[in-house]
Design a protein around this ligand. Structure first.
Ligand code: SF4
Length: 370
């Protein structure tokens, strides 16, 4: 165990939106728009504790050694598992310089035991108290780091105004007018999909007044605003949410993207979403065999489920221009070629939907980008 740190700290916060250097057009336009919300929140909490924060969202085109100072006391990194190798390499580099390294985000939540081999601290559920306690009393933890987690998700999160310094620095990196502000209005999810880390977190809406204030702030400060809602399942409190958006951003003045389970996207809700400015939604279909509760298909399976889901998605496309349907291929219920054949049938019946899975992303990358 190393020496305990001084009280006024130089802190780095690194959001790994890309996993490696890249010059692809998609990355240049979209990586900054896909920035995570939690690194910005951690940045605010560190500043509130009186520390200096150097914030970087890595989009694949930066030289991280130039962007981040080398004499950082504590470095927070947020990473998905696809960026884990990069996150581990960065920790190694900074640990050698005496920096205390902290990993948060989906990879830390899903694989803490592995991440502890490379980081001094690995964070699960993270709130302001946990970050402040960590900064008051942190030291090198090697060769095996310490896993920390709060008991529950925070009840309040910093406003868009408080995060604005980090948001605008990130969105300045994207070269087009498409600039998506990350917002969140609820945590957790009432559904129980076995593959999802949000399924074990109780659903909890955040303050709707805060959402109104955030949207008003965005309208005052951006020319062509757009919001990406990071809620695991946007539609759970649909009426409350839509009332807040309609009041604070009337006439679709802040277009938005939201992820919602299909069962919550009735035609009444979809019409209201479209009218309020929803330009894209991402319902999870996941499987042609199970998870009928979240897709609203009950016990229907296989061909029957394909037909019902296809009708449903075609209805949504009449009101919302972009629909991405999410699939998980390779679940225990999948066998042989049938899941692929059913997905092919779904695509031909629903040509407007963009199907997303690790398999399809690779095909899309190869054909359209690579
Ligand atoms: S509905 Fe979506 S957010 Fe909720 S548990 Fe399932 S995958 Fe996770």
């Amino acid at each position: 165990m190393g020496e305990v740190l001084k009280k006024h700290l130089k802190i780095g916060v690194l959001d790994l939106a890309a996993r490696a250097p890249t010059r692809k057009m998609f990355s240049r336009i979209m990586r900054a728009n896909l920035a995570s919300i939690m690194p910005q929140i951690v940045g605010v909490w560190c500043e509130e504790a009186g520390h200096d924060v150097h914030f970087v969202c890595y989009t694949g085109s930066e030289d991280l050694l130039e962007e981040l100072p080398s004499d950082i006391d504590v470095l927070f990194v947020s990473a998905f598992t696809r960026s884990a190798h990069l996150a581990y390499a960065i920790s190694n580099l900074y640990q050698k310089q005496g920096t205390i390294t902290v990993l948060g985000g989906p990879h830390a939540r899903c694989y803490p035991e592995d991440a502890q081999k490379y980081y001094d601290y690995v964070l699960g559920i993270t709130d302001k108290q946990l970050v402040h306690d960590l900064l008051q009393d942190c030291s090198q933890q090697r060769p095996y780091g310490v896993a920390l987690s709060a008991l529950r998700q925070p009840a309040f999160l910093p406003s868009v105004e408080e995060r604005w310094r980090f948001i605008s620095a990130t969105l300045d990196k994207t070269p087009t007018r498409l600039k998506i502000v990350p917002m969140i209005g609820s945590l957790g999810c009432p559904y129980s999909c076995s593959f999802c880390i949000d399924s074990v977190i109780d659903y909890q809406p955040l303050e709707f007044d805060q959402i109104r204030e955030d949207l008003k702030f965005i309208r005052r400060n951006m020319k062509n605003p757009m919001v990406g809602w990071h809620d695991p399942n946007f539609g759970v409190r649909m009426d409350d949410y839509m009332s807040a958006i309609e009041e604070a951003a009337p006439n679709a003045s802040v277009p938005f993207i939201a992820e919602s389970s299909l069962s919550l996207l009735s035609e009444k809700n979809v019409k209201r979403l479209g009218k309020a400015g929803c330009v894209a939604t991402l319902p999870g279909i996941e499987s042609w065999y199970g998870m009928g509760n979240k897709s609203g298909t009950g016990s229907r399976q296989g061909d029957e489920k394909v037909l019902q889901v296809s009708d449903h998605i075609n209805m949504i496309l009449r009101h919302i221009p972009y629909v991405q349907t999410n699939f998980v291929l390779g679940l225990d219920s999948d066998e042989g070629a049938e899941p692929f054949e059913l997905t092919k049938k779904f695509i031909s019946l629903t040509p407007g939907a963009f199907p997303e899975s690790s398999v399809f992303i690779q095909i899309y990358d190869d054909i359209h980008v690579g």
